[in-house]
Design a protein around this ligand. Sequence first.
Ligand SMILES: Nc1ncnc2c1ncn2[C@@H]1O[C@H](COP(=O)(O)OP(=O)(O)OP(=O)(O)O)[C@@H](O)[C@H]1O
Length: 599
Amino acid sequence: MADSCYLIEEVAGNKTLIDLAWNDIKCSVKTKQGTKQILKGVTGHALHGEFLVIMGSSGAGKTTLLNILSNRLQNSKKVAITGEVLANSSPISDIFYTNYIGYVTQEDTLIETMTVYECLMFVARLKTTYINKKAKVLELINLLKLDNCKNSYIGGPYMKGISGGEKKRTSIGIELITNPSVLFLDEPTSGLDSYTAMIVCKLLLSEANSGKTIISTIHQPGSEIFHLFDKLMLMCDGQIVYHGLAKNSLNFFAQCGLACPEHSNPADYFMEVLYLANSNELSKEELKRVEMLAEANKKIQKNEPMLTVPLNIDEKVYKSGFFTQLYYLLGRSVMRMIRNPILSVVRIALLAVIALMVLFFYYNMGQTGIQDMMNRNGLIFFNVACLVFCNILACVLTFPTMRPIMIKEYQSNTYGVVPYFLAQCITDVFADLIQTLSYVSIIYWAVNFNTTSFKVVVEYYIMVYLEFYIGGSLGMLTGCVFDKPELALASTSGLLFPFMYFAGFYRSGNLPKAFKWMEYTSPFFYVFQGCMKNQYEDFKITDCYVNPIGQKLDCDPLDNFDIHLSVHFNMMILALLIVFYRTLAFIAMKVMCKHLKNG
Ligand SMILES: Nc1ncnc2c1ncn2[C@@H]1O[C@H](COP(=O)(O)OP(=O)(O)OP(=O)(O)O)[C@@H](O)[C@H]1O
C-alpha cells in the first residue's frame, strides 16, 4: 500500500492518534406515540488504526449512534441522551470535534457546478494551514484515484458529471483533506456497485492503516468486502449484539447456536438473523434472540488498553478568518451563478424573452395621446411584475438546493453563517447590476421612455435595480424558510399575488378605505409608484379626452393612479424593505443552523 499512507509522516509524527470509547449511551426521542428508546445502553470503542464497521437491522440505531459519537446529535427538547464519550480516556468537549473529526454523510453534498479539484481546494483553503495547498490536494486526488476526473464537474440532474463512486470518493476527500484523526462515515457504499464499493472500503482501510480511527456504517456488503473489515459491531434493537474482530464473528454466532451456513455471505446471514418484523414491537422469539446475543457479547468484551495521550485543543472554531471565508465563498457563489444552468436560464433567457416581448409590443411608443399613456402605464407595471418575479424565481429555485450543502459545511465548521450570507448578498448585488444595465439599456430608448433629462434616466435604472434586488431578497427569504423548492415556490406565489394586487395598478384611487393600508405592505406598490412618478416627470399629455361640457379628463396619470410619493421616497422605502427582507432571511438561516447544531 505504497499510496495508502496519505500524510503518514504527520500521522506518525505530529498527528494525534485517538482512541475513542463510549460508555452506556442511551438515547430516547419524544414522538407523537410517546417516548421511543433508540439506544439502550451502548458501550464500545474504536482504536486508532482501526476500521470499525457498524452493521445491523434497519432501525437498529446505527446512524443515531454515529451521530451521537460525532456530536451531530445532542440533547434537545425532543432528544434525551445519556452516557459518555471519551477520547484518549478523557471526556471530550465540543471543540474536540472541530479539531479532530471528519464526517462523511450518506448523501453527497457537493456543488454540481464545481470540479473535483475545485471542491477539494475550497475546503483546503478554508480548513487547512498547509503551505502548499495545491500540492496536498493533488496528492489526495491521486490517492483517491480521481486523477482522470479531477477537472470534471460534479454534475447533477441538469448537467452531466462524474459517477456515483467518484462523487463518494470526492466527499471522502473533502473530509480527508483536513487529515482528521477520527473519520465517521454513514453508509459510504450505498448505491455503489460492488467494484466501486470495494475501492471505497479499501481506501478506508488504508486510511485506518495510516493511524486514523475510522468508524463507518455499511449496508449489505458483499462477502469480498466483508472479509476486508477489521472490526465489526453488529446492532439490533438499540443494543450491541457483537463487537469484535470481523473474522471472529462467525465463530461467535456459531457458539450462540446460530451457525452461518457454509458458502453464505456472513453479512447477509447476520442481517437475516437480526431481522425484526416490526422494530416497534418485537415478538417473544425476537426479544429472546436479541437479549441472548447482547448478553453473550458482553461476556466476550475485554478491557482494551486505551491511549491516554492528552489532546491539544485549538480553541479556534474556524481555521480561516472572516475575510478569507467571505472571499472564497464569494468566488464560489459567483462561479456557481455563472455555471448553473437553472440560474443562467432563468435569469438570462427569461429576461431576454421579456425584453423581446417589450420590444415587439411597445417599440417606439407614442408620447402624446390617451392611448399612449395607457400603453405606457401598462408597460411600467408589466416591467415591475416581470422583473421582480424573474429574480424571485431564480432564488427560490436555487437556494433550497444549496441548503444541504450549506448545512453540511456549517456543521463541519468550514465557515460561519455571516460570511456565507454576505457572499450571497454581494453576488446578488453584481448579478442584479448586470441584469439592470442590460435590460434597461435594451428597452429604454427603443420604447421611447422618458428621456427629458439624464436624472430621469438614471433614476429609472436605479428603480429597476431595486426591483431586481427586492425580488432576489423575497426569493432568498422564502428559500431560507422552506427547505423544498416546491414549498418555497408555492409560498412565494401566495405572497406575490396579493402584493401585486395591492401595487396600486389594478385598483388605485377606488380601493375601499379598509384595504388602503395593505398597499403600503406591498413592495410592488413602491416600485410602481416610483416608476410612474419617474416616467411622468415633466411629461405632458397633450391629446386629452374632452367630455361633452368641454372639460379635459384623464390627462394626469399620476392623479389617475393616486401617485403621491416622490421617486426618492419610494427608493428609500424599497432600500429599507430590502434590508428588512434580507434581515429576516438571515435570521431564518441562523435559526435553522442553530437548530441543526442542537439536534
Ligand atoms: N428524531 C427521531 N424521531 C423519531 N424517531 C426517530 C428519530 N431518529 C431516529 N428515530 C427512530 O429510531 C430508530 C433508529 O434510527 P436510526 O436512523 O439510528 O437507525 P439505523 O440503524 O441507522 O437504520 P437504517 O439502517 O434503516 O438507516 C428508527 O426506528 C428511527 O425511526
